[in-house]
Write a protein that binds this ligand. Structure first.
Ligand code: DQQ
Length: 541
């Protein structure tokens, strides 16, 4: 109940108060989705007392907050219980591996396990008496060794994990093998290395199916499988992934296309999305991606509101079988059960230079699906237009080009004094080939001055015969956009001062000079999910 409380989310995960960062150890256990997260119980900024917050849900919508799972109570994690992952073993045991920042700020890997496996809520955790189980390898900086992954099982029945690091400016990932999760062997070489990418945080490594829409257990390998590797670059604060091949014997992973390698190729998201982590949901046979969405306002604003950061909606992750070269991210289907009243606007002609309001009562908490069809004749006629266009350097939604931009304005007030644009821009090369950009323009998103108003964006693959399509989840201060079924995603944090609650509107616009666009849009109001505080009030300890 302060001035900025409208920024709280309706359906994105967040604790009741204080600072949150990386998702940790997500898993499905005895009917519950467990979610742990980097949490500062003492304030709204990242601090020395970083612990594992813990919440459970049956549906990713309604969360019950549980007591802190792991506190800074040992010499080896006195400066922080940092990020890590969960592994569920075939015999039902649950393993947590995490990084402790020690009393001397050395990054050490540690093992923890549930005190009581028959408790589906896994409230109590035991730190292994033999911790730390791993120290930085020879020649590695004591602050450059963190964030163990979920373990996968080899053909020999042993377990492996990978941990990010760096040597000079080369990002690398070490692999360790273990049988009991207590003693480990460092395998020779590295899983992968990319020069000039700096420290690799929160490495993720998992298989995707070449033929099925189902997710795969992390240990699956062999025919019909590709392996995805993801790194979070400490230097530029973005999550990069690449699709490639895992060679268990050689202990290497090789990207399919060396030009789309980690740190130089594709990102999960072109806005704010970091330190993400997937897990295999054996309940619905899918792989789910969680990502941390930090604030884009000032630290003093965070302190004033008493909290900072949200999590993305969990996203189902599959290989895009049509392109073969990217993943598809899509909000988990459970989110759709929050949809209430909807409005449809079908086959609306959006002429060049026009703006069309979409009449919905209040659009501060909505799910939008839109499809755009560019005028064929204009596409044909255009020649060599804006060949060099890209979202970030070529201007925002107000710019005018031959075949774009066109799209939606969300979190806009009636007079458009505040607006966030989610749009496409099509450019045509002299050789006739088309390129589609997907952008979010925050430059006019808020009258406030102490907030980030960058333009975000990238290219999105569009195949022959496909219309341009986008899904946008708007949740007060979050705009999460998924283009072409989730090939390219952009998440932004925006802080309107007028376009809030009932004053938030949606518009369609077309600033192209040559191409009319046919649009169909469906907008659902979204219900709020509830947050159940834990009775012991674990978040306040
Ligand atoms: N956050 C954690 C680290 C990780 C970083 C500390 C990534 O384990 O490398 O809060 O955001």
């Amino acid at each position: 109940n302060n001035m900025l409380s409208w920024q709280r989310t309706g359906f994105h995960f967040q604790p009741e108060k204080n600072w949150m960062n990386d998702p940790n150890g997500p898993m499905y256990y005895k009917g519950w989705y467990h979610f742990f997260y980097q949490y500062n119980p003492e304030g709204a900024i990242w601090g020395n007392r970083i612990v594992w917050g813990h919440a459970v849900s049956k549906d990713f919508l309604h969360w019950t907050h549980l007591p802190i799972a792991m506190n800074t109570d040992q010499w080896y994690d006195q400066n922080g219980v940092w990020s890590g992952s969960a592994t569920i073993l075939p015999d039902g045991q649950v393993i947590l591996l995490y990084t402790g920042s020690s009393n001397e700020s050395v990054q050490l890997q540690n093992l923890a396990y549930p005190a009581n496996l028959s408790d589906p809520l896994l409230v109590e955790w035991v730190k292994h008496p033999g911790n730390p189980i791993l120290t930085p390898p020879r020649g590695i900086g004591k602050k450059d060794f963190r964030d163990p992954t979920t373990a996968w099982r080899t053909s020999q029945g042993k377990w492996r994990i990978t941990i990010g690091s760096k040597v000079n400016r080369t990002g690398i990932a070490f692999v360790y093998e273990t049988e009991d999760f207590k003693t480990y062997e460092l395998l020779p070489g590295v899983l992968h290395a990319v020069p000039k990418t700096g420290m690799w945080e929160c490495v993720d490594f998992f298989p995707v199916s070449l033929s099925s829409q189902n997710g795969l257990d992390t240990s699956i390998n062999g025919q019909g499988v590709k392996h995805v590797m993801k790194v979070s670059l400490d230097d530029d604060r973005h999550d990069y992934y690449a699709i490639g091949t895992y060679n268990e014997t050689a202990n290497t992973w090789t990207p399919d296309n060396p030009k789309i390698d980690l740190g130089i190729g594709i990102r999960y998201d072109y806005g704010v999305f970091y330190a993400s982590k997937t897990f295999y949901d054996q309940n619905k046979m899918r792989r789910i991606l969680w990502g941390w969405i930090s604030e884009s306002d000032s630290e003093s604003a965070d302190v004033m509101k008493g909290w900072a950061s949200v999590q993305s909606v969990p996203r189902t992750l599959v290989l895009d079988h049509k392109t073969g070269s990217n993943l598809l991210q899509w909000p988990v289907e459970e989110i759709e059960s929050l949809r209430i009243g909807s409005k449809e606007f079908n086959n609306v002609q959006v002429k060049t230079g026009s703006l069309i309001p979409l009449e919905v009562e209040s659009a501060s908490q909505v799910d939008i699906i839109a499809e755009f069809d560019i005028d064929k004749a204009a596409l044909e006629a255009a020649q060599g237009t804006d060949e060099e266009f890209n979202c970030i350097n070529s201007g925002g939604a107000a710019q005018r080009g031959s075949l774009g931009p066109f799209g939606l304005l969300v979190l806009a007030d009636q007079s458009l004094s505040e607006q966030t644009s989610v749009h496409f821009y099509v450019s045509k090369a002299r050789d006739g080939s088309l390129k589609t950009s997907f952008c979010t323009d925050q430059s006019r998103s808020s009258k406030a001055s102490d907030v980030n108003k960058q333009i975000y964006g990238s290219f999105v693959p569009v195949l022959e015969g496909e219309k341009l399509s986008v899904r946008i989840l708007v949740d007060h201060s979050i705009v999460e956009g998924f283009a072409q079924g989730g090939r390219t995603c952009i998440t932004s944090r925006v802080y309107p001062t007028i376009a809030i609650y009932g004053n938030a509107r949606v518009f369609m616009f077309n600033n192209a000079t040559d191409a009319n666009v046919m649009a169909s849009v469906k907008i659902w109001q979204m219900n709020s999910t509830s947050i159940h505080p834990n009775s012991e009030d674990g978040n306040n300890s």
